[in-house]
Design a protein. Sequence first.
Length: 95
Amino acid sequence: MADIERDDEMLDEDVPTITLEFDDESVECEPLFVFEFEGTDYIALWPVDESSDDVYLYEYHELNDTEFEFIDIEDDDLFDRVSEEFERIMEEVEV
């Protein structure tokens, strides 16, 4: 997860939410955007819960026009690099 300052104007009420299921909880998220990094697509998901500033990052694969999958980024070094790229993109958008 990456931490960024929450700006509720970034959330779009017309975008469907995605529920992430964890062992001890479920988190309803809105997709922020898909971005490419080192030849792989990643997705940034923002929890709808206004008390959270977390962003969830996953490898993203479209299986067909209606199905997709998220893959955990298990390599810590890769996750750090993907997080840095996400933060760089966010800084460009906020300018």
